[in-house]
Design a protein around this ligand. Sequence first.
Ligand code: AHR
Length: 631
Amino acid sequence: LTVQVNKPGAAIQPTMWGVFFEDINFAADGGLYAELVKNRSFEFDVPRMGWEEVKQDSAGGSILIINRREDNANNPRYARITVKAPAGAYGLANEGFRGIGIEKGKQYHFSMLAAAPAGAGLKARLVLLNEKGENIGEAALSGFGGNWRQHKAVLTATATAAKGKLQVLFSGEGEIDVDMVSLFPADTWKQRPGGLRADLVQMLADLKPGFVRFPGGCIVEGRDLLNRYQWKKTVGSPEERKLIINRWNTEFRHRSTPDYFQSFGLGFFEYFQLAEDLGAAPLPILNCGMACQYNTGEVVAMNELDPYVQDALDLIEFANGDTNTKWGKLRADMGHPAPFHLTMLGVGNEQWDAQYVERYRVFEQAILSKYPDIKLIASAGPASKGPRFDYLWKELKGSRAGFIDEHYYMPPEWFLANAGRYDHYDRKGPKIFAGEYAAHTREGKEAESRNTWGSALAEAAFMTGLERNADMVHMASYAPLFAHVDAWQWRPDLIWFDNLRVVGTPNYYVQQLFSANKGTQVVPVLRNGAVLAGEDSLYASAVIDAPAKKILLRIVNVSSRPVSFNVMLEGAVAAGQAPVQQVLTAPNTGDINTLDTPRQIMPAEQTLSASRNRIRVTAGPASLNVVAVPY
Ligand code: AHR
């Protein structure tokens, strides 16, 4: 193999490898958003879903859900608990999102809004229970007044439970109204109150993503326009964020998760903040006036598109605007006076036909007139749609979109056959955002079973093609990102978790090997003068990290035999520290990582020796190899 270090080509965009976040598979509520109480404000369609009545000893009482829609349209319901417990206790228990994950020795922050005009003497006990119903931590609250006020307590867990519960019990006699009953681990990401699950964010941080695409996916579209994602309803104080049913609540092809709602505790402010924390560019996608084509296929009338367009304009002001603008001020009031440096905006997710094109054009005109520097992302949707995809490309090619978003959920063979997909794309049109992709294989019994080593290897082969075409491909993201093992609707997914643990799939480590070794410029890597894009089951690409003076060579071997190469550097000699080869492989292409066996497939490192401009590299059977050569 010859690596032509002396012929640097296209710049690798800082955004090249990013992440696609969607609240699917309990990725937000029940996942990244660390709230442990399900249906904390009694706003699910079934108001007491997730809650059960608790009576202890001789206590009694009743629970009423009160709806004050006229007074509080965003958070209309609360629970009125009438307590008759001179002895014992009466109240509610919450089951959490497939249980509450509790860890021994850790602290948990409880809070609730309460008003007790007829219950000032009531005392509350908050109890963490393990799976056997044993008390593993508690705290007390009293001093309830006549007006709504937030009451807080800290609980320390004395034992671990993966599927615990929280009891909110009252003793005494009287009536108390409660709302926004909440429990968070104290050690959220950056210790932010009401923040994100630290172990899950850490997985993202370890990817060093160039961008964070949010908030989806199909949830941007919604099943119908009423339930589309509206960013303005996801900012401001959490109790003001109006909950809606998650579009994945009743999935049409896969599994139903009837208790899946969007609290928007993780809303647009938090998404921007997350991107900033990760050092990634924020990449919001907005509804373009079209609901999910697989469900209602509802579209807004063209003469009623304006509010949708205004949402896009206002979002740019929210992210970047001066603090004396309406939306810039809200950002500052939420704790971030500095701009979020939004440079890109997606219009629509997987839309279709002429209806999309005519709506996209209205957005384009309005946004680029006011914000000519914003790069718009238009979507060609799933490549599997053939004529629809081609139609959209044809229409959008001449637009002023900065990027076209392409999606592919295909078998591994497709990824292997398409490693050269962008070699011959027309360079004159918009750039490519490979916004959603994953190699789909057969399923087995474990939730993680579709994330096989074989699927990851095929993605690695394909990614060498994305990298080789970095002049054209500016962004790429695997999808979906997260899935809870007990509450998923779609698989494969990049990262699996339960209430206490998280596991990176082989696909995750493929992404990491590329994104954490991004480089700054593509350099040609040739065998006998030709690129390696599938010949003899081999794929290769290379970049240099110019400031770090490092060559990063990727070799993917999808055959079942080892292949050895003399790697010749052209225009550079190896210098300084010895080259390092990172290897990702597994004995069988069907192998997977699971929460119980998380480290089966992980990168391993070995040093190589170089003699001036020559390095001997062996790519084992079914392996991804990243060779870093200081020069
Ligand atoms: O990633 C899962 C879904 O796949 C996304 O919501 C949608 O954009 C695509 O169809």
